[in-house]
Design a protein around this ligand. Structure first.
Ligand code: URA
Length: 425
């Protein structure tokens, strides 16, 4: 009865998968970001004094600082962060109790000095990335400080498969990320040369951000690392026993809701973005009322009565990411207006922090929970089909081509992460 079926149709009605971090501590990811594209490919080694500079620093507090690239002074002295901006960072770290050269190990996104200290190109960062991950594997940092956008690009490039793959430090600074793949805290901060330049021009706003972010990072030293373990239960309601199981589960929630209020995240997977066009359907539904486990089931019209009662019950405090989506599909397809809307993780993310492109569930799941990619294998099937002139919000997607169990696991993860993020918010 337990265990996951890989591919094909499900045999039992009930599957349960405990999902744990992909990478045990001390191991590193495979995948495109680890592919050696040849460190000499970028050619920078030809023009600098210290080609392929090795990481330096004692690293006694297991902190890894990743900068952009060596400058003139670093190139001469064969060590990172020893020029003007390095000394500036050293001073700021000292203010929060971190000794840069004793407590930290230092490296850069690019290990050869680019001529005229130009911002590294994507080719240069990609060519050098393998050294960063080798260092992470060897040094096993508990905290990684990503100093500037190039460092963010080095660490996340190739691992992010979102449509909007932006490494701008403006979007990334301010988060303290419990990266589940590497089981270490990741803290992006402004680059000290940017902050120093602003200060020289009389603008201290970025100084305040840098100091705040470093303080947050310092507070994480010695803090327990929150490992994300959870279970997704998937139920095939095409079998009578599966349908009965879901009915009972929801019935129990309804009985509880007659006595008390409690939050539940719910999420639909559907044939498109907007339900108004003839033929659109809900394919699966996921619900989550606790931090450890979500339940996902294939939609089945035999569940209409019990599900509509769930939607209408005011004491079931409903959580979603972009509640307008679940609300509209409930109204249009099920002819039911949900009551008890309680929390929208997207709106809350925007209220808390009004930077652009940060409110989506995938971004929030990484910065809040440290889970980077759980959906890239599913997403192509959820994008609108481009045939039959069906572009735009009413288009049908390819959800029906997906393995049902894979779809439900993804659906369950969405609901569980929405529940957890709402709790943090
Ligand atoms: N020194 C470095 O080594 N890297 C930087 O990014 C800045 C100064």
């Amino acid at each position: 009865m337990y265990g996951i079926q890989k591919g094909g149709e499900m045999k039992g009605f009930f599957n349960s998968q405990i999902l744990q971090p992909k990478i045990p501590p001390g191991h590193i990811l495979g995948g495109s970001h680890r592919v050696k594209i040849g460190c000499n490919a970028c050619g920078l080694y030809k023009s600098c004094l210290t080609p392929k500079m090795k990481p330096t620093g004692d690293g006694r507090k297991s902190i890894l600082i990743v900068g952009e690239a060596p400058g003139a002074e670093e190139d001469k002295r064969q060590t990172q962060f020893c020029g003007d901006s390095g000394r500036f960072l050293e001073k700021k770290l000292k203010q929060v109790g971190i000794n840069m050269n004793v407590d930290c190990r230092k490296t850069n996104a690019v290990n050869c000095r680019p001529p005229r200290n130009a911002t590294p190109t994507t080719l240069q960062i990609d060519s050098c990335r393998v050294f960063l991950f080798e260092e992470i594997e060897k040094f096993k940092p508990k905290l990684i400080l990503l100093v500037g956008g190039s460092a963010v690009q080095s660490f996340l490039g190739g691992r992010i498969k979102w449509r909007d793959e932006s490494f701008s430090i403006n979007k990334w600074r301010g988060w303290t990320i419990p990266d589940q793949d590497y089981q270490c805290w990741v803290v992006p901060v402004f680059h000290p040369s940017f902050v120093k330049r602003n200060e020289d021009g009389g603008d201290y706003s970025s100084t305040i951000y840098l100091e705040q972010d470093l303080k947050r990072a310092a507070d994480l030293i010695g803090a327990p690392f929150p490992i994300l373990n959870y279970e997704i239960q998937t139920i095939d309601t095409r079998q009578n026993s599966g349908q009965k199981y879901v009915e009972k589960l929801i019935q129990a929630m309804l009985e509880r809701a007659d006595k008390e209020t409690f939050p539940v995240a719910f999420d639909y997977e559907t044939t498109g973005l907007k339900p108004h066009k003839e033929g659109h359907q809900i394919i699966s539904v996921a619900i989550c009322d606790n931090p450890d486990k979500a339940t996902s089931f294939l939609w089945n019209s035999g569940l209409s009565n019990v599900w509509k009662a769930f939607l209408r019950h005011r004491n079931i405090l409903k959580i979603a990411s972009n509640m307008k989506f679940e609300d509209t599909w409930s109204r249009v397809i099920l002819d039911t207006a949900p009551r008890g809307w309680y929390w929208d993780t997207m709106i809350a993310a925007h209220v808390e922090d009004n930077r652009s492109k940060i409110t989506g569930l995938k971004f929030q799941t990484y910065v809040r929970l440290g889970k980077l990619d759980y959906s890239s294998h599913i997403e192509p099937f959820l994008a609108g089909k481009r045939d039959e002139g069906e572009l735009g919000a009413n288009a049908f997607n390819r959800i029906l081509e997906l393995d049902k169990n894979e779809l439900m696991i993804y659906n369950g993860e969405d609901a569980l992460f929405e529940y957890l993020i709402a709790g943090i918010q």
